[in-house]
Write a protein that binds this ligand. Structure first.
Ligand code: ATP
Ligand code: MN
Ligand code: MN
Length: 306
């Protein structure tokens, strides 16, 4: 109830004008959805997505001819018309990452073939200090959806025991992501090490459900909790990213109370996602922005378990 009780108004979608070339191109043969559908999607969710994106280095997955054709993972804006870069002064000596500051930037990127949107765990302003932890639940072969739901609740419970509140989103793919907003005060190595310790604890405590080791063979029948997203220059599919997979699912932030009613990681797609948002009375993640948490006490609490 807590998350839904927040009455912060949902972001108003002030959709920017669309300038789309090849709008009728089918970019996902499985659903028949077109480039115009995708550009329209990003215009509709821009007001929701921008708080997650502002100031945060981004990578994109591009598929200009559709997800059945060649795709590229792009880490820098250089040479691609319509993409903006992060302020070069914020990370001297490095090529800028892709930046999204306005609805127009999202629309322009979609126009240039962007399907997916991936971001860092830190913002360019304090680039070495993560302001969130990501737990990426990756179900292995043969894991039922009910186990994924249960797995997310178990990770949430351990984090709660450690004094950390977490927020949930679908990935638009096969699994779920838990985000823990942080005060940006520890470096990537410290945050990654903590996330690895959490996952190690889960895998040791409930080995029939979880695995902490990368590799598809290790995770048959179990959930790999991918903590590697928390490393330096790693990225995670951002909230509201469309996914370059058949059906064009989207990553959707949800309230914990909604989890039982969600049927898959791709429960919503670029058409049903905006419909859900339009029907919401409040942002299920409203509190996420108000709760940057400190890692110190959680590290202390977990240490005896190691
Ligand atoms: P699912 O729920 O299906 O697992 P997901 O988004 O969590 O969806 P993963 O395969 O678990 O997908 O995560 C892959 C991660 O690796 C993504 O979060 C992405 O940011 C990152 N990534 C993907 N492709 C590349 C690439 N070519 N280079 C670097 N990083 C990548
Ligand atoms: Mn995943
Ligand atoms: Mn993963």
């Amino acid at each position: 109830k807590a998350a839904l009780a927040v009455t912060r108004e949902r972001p108003q979608a002030a959709a920017p004008p669309l300038k789309v070339t090849h709008g009728s191109r089918v970019i996902d043969p499985a659903s028949g959805l077109t480039k115009l559908d995708l550009v329209r999607y990003y215009a509709q969710v821009a007001a929701w997505a921008l708080p997650h994106l502002k100031g945060r280095p981004a990578y994109i997955r591009r598929a200009p001819l559709g997800i059945h054709e060649a795709m590229t993972f792009v880490q820098h804006p250089t040479g691609i018309r319509g993409l903006k870069g992060t302020d070069p002064e914020l990370w001297p000596g490095h090529e800028p990452a892709i930046a999204f500051d306005a609805a127009e930037d999202l629309v322009a990127a979609a126009q240039t073939g962007m399907i997916e949107l991936h971001t860092w765990n830190s913002t360019a302003r304090a680039i070495t200090l993560p302001d969130r932890i990501v737990f990426d639940l990756d179900p292995g072969e043969g894991v039922a959806w009910a186990q994924v739901q249960e797995g997310a609740l178990l990770v949430r419970a351990l984090l709660q025991e450690l004094g950390l509140q977490s927020w949930l989103k679908t990935t638009g793919g096969k699994g779920l992501h838990l985000f823990v907003p942080l005060v940006p005060e520890h470096d990537y190595e410290a945050v990654r090490a903590f996330s690895e310790a959490v996952v190690g604890h889960m895998a040791r405590t409930i080995p029939q459900r979880f695995v902490a080791v990368l590799g598809p063979r290790n995770r048959v029948g179990r959930i790999f909790i991918d903590y590697l997203r928390n490393g330096w220059v790693q990225s995670t599919a951002e909230a509201f990213s469309a996914r370059a997979r058949p059906g064009l699912g989207v990553s959707m932030p949800v309230a914990w109370e909604e989890l039982a009613g969600i049927t898959a990681g791709n429960h919503w797609n670029i058409v049903s996602g905006p419909q859900r948002l339009a029907a919401l009375e409040a942002d299920p993640w409203a509190e996420y922005w108000t709760k940057p948490q400190r890692l110190g006490p959680a590290v202390q609490a977990l240490t005896p378990a190691l």
